[in-house]
Design a binder for this molecule. Structure first.
Ligand SMILES: O=C(O)C1=C[C@@H](OP(=O)(O)O)[C@@H](O)[C@H](O)C1
Ligand SMILES: C=C(OP(=O)(O)O)C(=O)O
Length: 671
């Protein structure tokens, strides 16, 4: 997951390969609650791990359910099975509608004393229709802030009050279907003696989500009947029965970003279509019907149980005019696809967008306009006119409003024909439903290497370049290459593979170097699964490194390996010849220096902290001698690239040096 302040997406060209999607949020949280209300243990497979499921799991724990996260996407939930939940309890539910609404109903029907709250936006998301329905029944619920909104207090300290179950429970369905879902999931708790009837007042929006609710209730032994989605009957004698094991299918709304990417950029030049795994045409999720919308726009889609394959069909895409009430979440993706269409696309019947993670109609309109599109909006519709020419596209910094879907769907603007990058602010917000969204995108998106930014930080020994480069990489969410460590790592790998570092083994050593599984992560260096940070810093490793680097075929292989670090979304490379030899066309090159006195002092501190004794004056003499040797040697002498910016950090803290490099980088961005 990217937790950077922003994430810059380079212009993308194609999409290919396959992507395995994480579990459905809607299914995960329903299954967790149903398991919590059942007797015995339910083993949930492929559960979504995200902010929304985290708050649900934490709430269930606080309520006294057994929650065992077994790893590998498996959670074992031991339900209450008729026991009263732990009370009093304060539950923090973030911004998860699928936790707040159903838990409100369930706890109101279980008895006890609870406070349910969330992030500030959750306190602006309506829940009044559900609270009204529960109050009708006799439940005591107070809104602690504004009437009709969380935070809520359920006050059944003295036990459940007598409930009025003989009359139908009326609930409005035109603001959110989650109110009806909440009642459907919870009312079987009190349907022992008689049928419980729910009547929907007014139109029911987002109806396919009720289908998911009914499907999952059925798997937990509760067969709800309904008349045309207006009147629902929970039969007397209903009892939650755990299926023992249950599998969560992948999220169909999350699939929409990849279906769109496929429709725009997959299957070109004879390549295979993009494969999407975990959700297929047999899905119980309504958002699978996004496939039909994408097809209407020209996408070629094939699919079966648990998989989809998508490629570009019509290009430009075809504009559509669509009632999107049945796919409220995935429809946001259509608004960005509209940028690539042949006319004005209008999305209708989407009033609920205004009360979700943010006012999504306003947010989409504002951000699409930043890209250059002409957008009109109404109370419950949005229309987007594409950009007439590639030159009309603008590079934009997309504000994401703490809305995962805004972040995810605007990543698709990086496929723009103008070759412009797109900045996504606060990329961490995707954690609500798809924490590794950008990693998944980068795994299937392709672009020519020269479009992937590289920042080179070269400099003499002990100038602090490794530390600065690693932190710049971290701030930008870029990959990091410590090229100096490459030779040491190659030598270590050779030793471990039992290959002597001798000219006669040069081809084998080069082969090994070419496929060296080295990674730089969290300030450590990894060789496959081994942390080799310290192992490559020994005297012996240094000597072996110098022997291995004398072999031309190994050097060549390592150049290829270093070039291979230029991966989406970008790279920060430190060393001695990054800007001069390896990435001569890098868009930012920094030559980082510090006075010999300062460098000697830093090295001294480093050694002392490792328990190695040394004197500053000896270290300084060594450094100066090495500088002179490095600068004067004929083969790639250490020197700044002509277009490098010089940064003397003798008097700077690490943070200041990092801030300077990031400031130079920012100054070169079009945002
Ligand atoms: O029941 C559900 O799982 C959901 C219902 C929909 O909300 P509304 O019914 O409020 O439209 C949807 O937007 C949300 O992401 C999940
Ligand atoms: C509306 C959404 O979330 P929630 O489940 O919080 O309503 C969403 O995921 O787009």
């Amino acid at each position: 997951m990217y937790s950077t302040a922003f994430l810059d997406l380079p212009p993308l060209r194609q999409a290919s390969g396959s992507v395995q999607l994480p579990g459905s949020k809607s299914i995960s949280n329903r299954v967790l609650l149903l398991a919590a209300l059942s007797e015995g243990t339910t083993e949930v497979h492929d559960l979504l791990a995200s902010d929304d499921t985290r708050v649900m799991l934490d709430a269930l724990r606080a309520l006294g359910c057994g929650v065992h996260e077994a790893g590998g996407g498996v959670a074992c939930i031991t339900g209450l099975g008729g026991r009263r939940p732990a009370s009093p309890a304060k539950l923090f539910l973030g911004n998860a509608g699928t936790a707040m609404r159903p838990l409100t109903a369930a706890l109101a029907l279980l008895g006890g004393e609870y406070e349910l709250s969330g992030i500030p936006r959750m306190h602006e998301r309506p829940i009044g229709d559900l609270v009204d329905a529960l109050r009708q029944l006799g439940c005591r619920i107070d809104c602690l802030g504004s009437e009709g909104y969380p935070p809520l207090r359920i006050d059944h300290e003295g036990g459940l009050p007598p409930l009025r179950l003989d009359a139908p429970i009326r609930v409005r369905g035109d603001v959110s279907s989650q109110f009806l879902t909440a009642l459907l999931l919870a009312l079987p708790l009190v349907a022992q003696e008689q049928d419980v009837v729910i009547e929907v007042v007014g139109a029911l929006i987002s109806r396919p989500y009720i289908h998911i609710t009914l499907e999952l209730l059925a798997r937990f032994g509760i067969a709800v009947r309904h008349d045309d989605w207006q009147r629902f009957v929970i039969p007397a004698g209903s009892q939650y029965r755990s299926p023992g094991q249950i599998h969560v299918e992948a999220d169909a709304s999350s699939a929409s970003y990849f279906i769109a990417a496929g429709a725009m950029a997959a299957g070109l030049d004879g390549q295979k279509p993009l494969k999407i795994l975990g959700v297929g045409l047999d899905s119980i999720q309504g958002d699978i019907r996004f496939v039909e919308a994408a097809q209407a726009m020209g996408a070629r889609v094939a699919g079966g149980p648990g998989w989809l394959e998508v490629g570009r069909g019509a290009w430009p895409l075809k504009a559509i005019d669509l009632d999107c009430n049945h796919i409220p979440d995935a429809a946001m993706t259509l608004a960005v696809m509209a940028l690539y269409a042949d006319g004005v696309t209008t999305l209708r019947n989407i009033a609920s967008w205004r009360v979700k993670e943010t006012d999504r109609i306003a947010a989409m309109a504002c951000e699409l306009r930043k890209l250059g599109a002409t957008v009109e909006e109404g109370p419950d519709w949005l229309s987007v006119a594409p950009l007439p020419r590639a030159a009309d596209w603008r590079a934009a910094s997309i504000h994401t409003y703490d809305d995962h879907r805004v972040a995810m769907c605007f990543s698709l603007a990086a496929f723009n024909p103008a070759g412009l990058p797109v900045r996504i602010e606060d990329p961490r917000c995707v954690g609500k439903t798809f924490p590794d969204y950008f990693e998944a995108l980068f795994a299937v998106a392709q672009t020519p290497p020269e479009r992937i930014p590289v920042i080179c930080i070269d400099g003499p020994t002990a100038s602090g370049k490794g530390t600065v480069a690693a932190q710049v990489a971290q701030q930008l969410g870029y990959h990091f290459l410590d090229s100096g460590a490459m030779y040491r790592t190659a030598a270590l790998a050779a030793m471990r593979a039992g290959i002597a570092i001798e000219a006669q083994h040069e081809p084998r050593l080069a082969e090994l170097a070419r496929h060296l599984p080295v990674r730089f992560e969290g300030g450590r260096i990894w060789l496959a699964g081994d942390d080799i940070t310290d192992a490559i810093r020994t005297e012996e490793a240094g000597m072996n490194a110098s022997r291995v680097s004398a072999l031309p075929a190994v050097r060549q292989a390592l150049v290829a390996l270093q070039l291979g670090f230029r991966r989406l979304p970008g790279l920060v490379a430190d060393g001695r010849d990054m800007g001069t030899v390896i990435f001569p066309a890098a868009p930012l090159k920094v030559f980082l220096t510090a006075s010999a006195a300062v460098r000697a002092e830093r090295r001294h501190k480093q050694l002392i902290s490792k328990g190695i004794s040394a004197t500053i004056s000896d270290l300084r003499a060594d450094l100066e001698a090495r500088d002179a040797r490095d600068a004067s040697r004929s083969a790639s002498p250490l020197k700044a690239a002509e277009d490098a910016l010089l940064l003397d950090n003798s008097l700077l803290t690490i943070d200041e040096a990092v801030a300077q490099v990031v400031a130079w980088w920012q100054a070169r961005q079009p945002f």
